[in-house]
Design a protein around this ligand. Structure first.
Ligand code: KG4
Ligand code: ZN
Length: 358
């Protein structure tokens, strides 16, 4: 079973081919991230225009790298939500057209659910293995019941999977997602977009215990990161001897590199601890057989360290390139849909769902 996955929900135009839900044959990504850097965040219109230019070459690269022709492809999976409307449209219309033209079943994929499926990729096809295409994959397939810690730019959720397509949402954020908090703290500290990687880079030279920041007290498995973000703002204002009225835009030039590093490290430790603390309680209550992490923030090394050190069961991680948005996770979930005889979408009517949730 070979599925072509297409992902265009945000600023990555991505396509990949996955075999049998565990074997990665190709993973092509064209990112428009560079174009958004001057604006400090993704500009939807620019992202959508870039998808139009990149989508067909990226799909062709995914097929070429996998050494597949259309005859070798059993179906097409595409992200139809959640994401930016204009960006989703490009992927969905392309996938619908390809499905009709090549007479393949089409699977509509929930982007957030697909992030979890990056964990099911345990084997690499012939295209991989050179230093430039090096991927570190988990050695074993996750087993059910499985606790998924979903941490991205748009989501912070704990989800308990009893099986494929059978899951319950244990809890989620009431305001900002953890990735969003990283991005906002990066802005306050004058660190470049995207914020997650630059905050964790700055944190490397800081002391994670330099400052005590508050953790929101939420219902059992729910999160809140907006209070932490405000606490970082107040801390930065105090550090430079200013009041609450001082504008955040003026902070970067007044803070020293050491202060920035200490704030970044303390924020990162606190934000990650919040997630890990709740995951531990969920493991005690539900006794899952495996735990996986998913979403862009799953690339965070402090999160990986705290989970490895703190959880009562072993955990493996997807390759960093499979944590941020990619076509491989879309193709993988598409494979499981096809292998489990889930209904295919109508290629004439599949619509986008920008606010889709788990
Ligand atoms: O999953 P993703 O690529 O897009 C969404 O579906 O939201 O996640 C993007 C988010 C951004 O907020 C980015 O700052 C964050 O993931 N991120 C990180 C790291 N790499 C990306 N956050 C913390 N540490 C990282 N190393
Ligand atoms: Zn994502």
């Amino acid at each position: 079973m070979r599925i072509l996955g297409i992902e265009t929900s945000c600023d990555e135009t991505a396509a990949a081919v996955v075999e049998d839900g565990n074997r990665l044959l190709s993973n092509a990504v064209a990112s428009s991230m560079e174009l958004h850097i001057p604006y400090g965040g993704v500009v939807p219109e620019i992202a959508a225009r870039s998808h139009i230019e990149e989508i067909l070459p990226t799909v062709q690269k995914a097929l070429d790298d996998a050494e597949c022709t259309w005859d070798d492809i059993d179906g097409i999976a595409v992200t139809y939500g959640a994401g930016l409307g204009g960006s989703l449209l490009i992927g969905v219309l392309t996938a619908r057209t390809l499905a009709i033209a090549h007479n393949k079943p089409l699977y509509g994929i929930n982007h957030v659910e697909a992030h979890v499926y990056a964990n099911f990729l345990t084997e690499l096809g012939p295209f991989f293995g050179t230093p430039t295409t090096n991927y570190q994959l988990p050695a074993t397939t996750p087993v059910f019941p499985m606790l998924a810690i979903i941490v991205s730019g748009g989501h912070s959720q704990l989800v308990l999977f009893q099986d494929h397509f059978e899951y319950v949402l244990l809890g989620q954020t009431h305001d900002d997602a953890i990735g969003e908090a990283f991005d906002k703290v990066a802005k306050m500290l004058g660190l470049p977009y995207p914020g997650g990687p630059s905050v964790s880079k700055a944190a490397l030279s800081g002391d994670p215990m330099a400052f005590k920041l508050p953790k929101a007290k939420m219902d059992k498995y729910d999160f809140s990161f907006s209070g932490l973000k405000t606490a970082v703002l107040r801390l930065a204002q105090r550090e430079i001897g200013e009041t609450h009225a001082f504008p955040s835009i003026g902070l970067p030039e007044r803070l020293s590199e050491a202060q920035k590093a200490n704030i970044a490290a303390s924020f990162q430790r606190t934000a990650i601890e919040t997630i890990v603390d709740k995951a531990k309680i969920a493991i005690e209550e539900y006794d899952p057989k495996s735990v996986v992490i998913a979403g862009g923030v799953a690339a965070n090394q402090e999160l990986r360290r705290q989970l490895k050190d703190g959880l009562p069961l072993p955990i493996e991680f997807p390759d960093l390139k499979l944590c941020t948005d990619n076509g491989a996770m879309i193709a993988t979930l598409g494979c499981f849909k096809a292998m489990n005889n889930q209904a295919a979408a109508d290629p004439y009517t599949l619509d986008i769902a920008p606010n889709l949730s788990m």
